[in-house]
Every structure is written in structure tokens, then in C-alpha cells.
Design a protein around this ligand. Structure first.
Ligand code: IMP
Length: 202
């Protein structure tokens, strides 16, 4: 069986990726399987540069084909904020809830609620980046939290095509339209080709 490393500790992301890879004979590991790995500093100016840095450093340290993603919520009325700084928008050690509250507070009284969730996924081997792809989903910032599923900004983001926020959707519903799913779907054919060309390892 082919082994792919998701260069993340986030179990929600691993769950989403597992569902998207379910038709393929792939064993998915995460950084939780490598407790001694040196963490990547996410200090780049774009989500794609961060995704590439994470994927490459994880692959270099483990020898495994590695996939990493970086995501940002880009809100038009806030000049694209929180963008590449989405994880620590409310401060260095803030919670998901702190970030959502900061967005809702900044958006008080603003009628233009348009926002985009953008994910960049990068695929790397130990000798360098193989590819990277972006997935974008357009939507609106709600005026209050709605729903309890998911994570991050899910309960305040409502895709344009849906009356529900991400957090009001089932995992299957979110996976069928999400920014991350779009990005992963465009990189899946490359992963499939690599698996077909290999005999189980890199
Ligand atoms: P990162 O890509 O894990 O660094 O994510 C950056 C920020 O966006 C974090 O605060 C995440 O919680 C948030 N985020 C990433 N993906 C999603 C998602 O699918 N839904 C809601 N929030 C997300």
C-alpha cells in the first residue's frame, strides 16, 4: 500500500482528506505519527509559499511523499484580511472562537459580507516540490455563528451556493464543495500518477 504523509496535526483535515482519498489504496499518515519532527515555521507571505514550505520540510525529514495545505479566509470589506494570517488573527495563541469573534466584531454594521476561502495544497518529494494547486470557494460572512460541525471559521462562512454555513453541513456536504476539496481534487490526478508509477514507496 502506498504511504502519503499529510503534513499537518489537524485531525479535521486528515478526516476530510481520508474521505477524498477513499477510492485510492493509500495509507494516510499525519505529523502526529512523527512526534520528533521539527515543525515548519509558517512565515511566508502567501498561502502557497507556506504550503510548499510545509510539504517540502515534512518530506525531507520523513522521506515520504508529503501533502500540505495552507488556508486563508479573504474578506473583501477587510481588504483581504485575515488572509494568510487567518490562524493567528486574534493573537499568537488564540482559539478558533477568538478568531471568529474578531471577524464578527470587525464586520459589525458592514453590508458587504463577501469573502473567499482559499486553500493551496502542495505536494513534495524529498528532492523538491512536485506541484501545487489552489481551490477557492466564494461566500459570505454571517452576522452570527451558525452550526456546530467543523472547525475554524466554519460557523461564520456561508458558501454562495448554499443556505447553510459550513458548520451546518454534514462532512459529506462540506467535502462536496469546499475550498480544500477543490484544491485536493486538482492535485489528486498527480498523486494517482505517482502511485501508478511506483511500487509502494518513493
Ligand atoms: P491553516 O491552513 O491550518 O493554517 O488554517 C488557517 C486558518 O484557517 C485556521 O485558523 C483554520 O482554523 C482556518 N481554516 C482552515 N481550513 C478551514 C476550513 O475548512 N473551515 C474553516 N476554517 C478553516
Amino acid at each position: 500500500m502506498f504511504t502519503l504523509l499529510l503534513a499537518s496535526h489537524n485531525q479535521n483535515k486528515a478526516k476530510e482528506l481520508k474521505a477524498l482519498l477513499s477510492a485510492m489504496n493509500v495509507r494516510l499518515l499525519t505529523l502526529n505519527d512523527f512526534p520528533d519532527i521539527v515543525p515548519t515555521k509558517e512565515d511566508q507571505d502567501t498561502i502557497c509559499a507556506n504550503a510548499m514550505k510545509k510539504a517540502f520540510e515534512a518530506s525531507l525529514q520523513t522521506g515520504l511523499l508529503s501533502l500540505a495545505d495552507d488556508t486563508g479566509l479573504f474578506i473583501q470589506a477587510l481588504d483581504g484580511k485575515p488572509g494568510v494570517y487567518s490562524a493567528r488573527f486574534a493573537g499568537e495563541h488564540c482559539s478558533y472562537k477568538d478568531n471568529r469573534m474578531k471577524v464578527l466584531e470587525l464586520m459589525t454594521g458592514i453590508t458587504n459580507r463577501y469573502a473567499e476561502f482559499r486553500t493551496c495544497v502542495a505536494l513534495s518529494a524529498p528532492d523538491g516540490i512536485i506541484s501545487y494547486k489552489e481551490g477557492i470557494l466564494e461566500g459570505f460572512i454571517t452576522t452570527e455563528e451558525r452550526g456546530t460541525n467543523g472547525f475554524g471559521y466554519d460557523s461564520i462562512f456561508m458558501p454562495i451556493s448554499s443556505p447553510k454555513t459550513y458548520a451546518e453541513m454534514t462532512d459529506t456536504e462540506k467535502n462536496s464543495i469546499s475550498h480544500r476539496a477543490k484544491a485536493i481534487e486538482t492535485i489528486l490526478p498527480i498523486i494517482k500518477d505517482i502511485i501508478a508509477l511506483s511500487k509502494g514507496g518513493l
